[in-house]
Design a protein around this ligand. Structure first.
Ligand SMILES: [Zn+2]
Length: 328
């Protein structure tokens, strides 16, 4: 409720203050997951319809951003130190094979983007657990709100426990993807994807571990395993990481830095300033807007590109608090 109020207020302010000027030194990072050809594809119930986006929605996002003076960048551009002015970084989490549908768009529109891959699903070919939960519970007639509550409670567990809970309830066979839209990329697809000059492949941990629920050693080993697997498949070590569920703590930042990761993106909806990404903590805790979805593209994008609103102030406060905890 409070969030809705803040959003409404921010939207009103954004409309009055209009669009930011081109010379502003800001970076906005946008988070997406699955993409589908048509919204009807989600009616099959095989994919958790969390934050749905069609290919056309993604194209619309890129077009709007460019119209508003934003250039599109990735972690490689940040690493090269040549990001100036308003810039936007389009990111896709998890490593869904459906993301490959974006490639014609990437090539046609010269649209760079980053895909953060959980290498464990690529290796096993198993569906993502939240999709299995959604599919199986939908079949059983469970209301959407109850499924979402179950999903959130499972997120408090380490990945092995989550998988065990899912398998116990629905059987081992339920882990197999049932359609092309719910499967992870294959190892060969990841290898081929790495040859796309405009696509950056990033780390999303091996087991999609919500890092703050595991011990220090597990944080390090799960991030490292993803680095190694992606290096094996692509010939390159990722330089960017998206923390699953945006969750990080002091140990996470230490592990990511130790493994040579240069940029980390969170789920705190705040803008960054490329010129001010000087410390390791700043580079590894870049804010990210994860609320753009079908039917809400223009509204959410207006909020993300607006001059800082109350929602972003809150996110920045949380980031600072978290960073302070990280330093202590
Ligand atoms: Zn994820």
């Amino acid at each position: 409720m409070k969030e809705k109020l803040i959003k409404a207020l921010d939207l009103a302010i954004a409309k009055v203050l209009s669009v930011r000027r081109n010379e502003d030194d800001c970076l906005i990072v946008l988070a997406f997951h699955s993409v589908v050809d048509r919204m009807e594809d989600l009616q099959s119930g095989v994919l958790d319809p969390f934050q749905p986006m069609t290919i056309q929605d993604v194209e619309f996002v890129a077009t709007l951003l460019r119209q508003r003076g934003f250039s599109l960048v990735t972690g490689h551009d940040l690493d090269a130190g040549n990001v100036r002015g308003p810039a936007a970084w389009l990111t896709f989490d998890d490593g869904y094979a459906n993301n490959l549908k974006l490639l014609p768009l990437v090539r046609r529109n010269d649209m760079p983007l980053t895909i953060f891959i959980s290498s464990g699903n690529v290796a096993s070919g198993e569906a993502f657990w939240w999709d299995v939960l959604f599919r199986e519970e939908t079949k059983r007639g469970t209301p959407a709100a109850a499924i979402a509550a179950r999903r959130e409670s499972l997120k408090a567990c380490p990945p092995d426990d989550i998988r065990a809970a899912i398998v116990t309830r629905y059987g081992e066979g339920a882990m197999r993807p049932v359609a092309d839209i719910d499967r992870p990329m294959t190892p060969a697809e990841v290898t081929a994807l790495a040859r796309e000059p405009l696509v950056e492949i990033g780390n999303h941990t091996h087991s999609h571990t919500i890092l703050t629920v595991v011990d220090t050693g597990t944080q390090l080993s799960d991030i490292r395993r993803c680095q190694e697997e992606l290096h094996r498949l692509t010939g390159r070590l990722p330089i960017s990481i998206a923390f699953p569920n945006g969750a990080f703590d002091r140990r996470t930042l230490g592990a990511a830095a130790e493994l040579g990761l240069r940029f980390g993106v969170t789920c705190l909806p705040g803008q960054a300033r490329p010129a001010s990404l000087q410390t390791v903590n700043d580079r590894l805790t870049i804010g990210r807007f994860a609320s753009i979805r079908h039917g809400r593209v223009e509204r959410e994008l207006t909020l993300a590109t607006a001059r800082t609103g109350f929602g972003q102030l809150l996110a920045e406060r949380n980031r600072r608090l978290n960073s302070e905890r990280c330093r202590s």
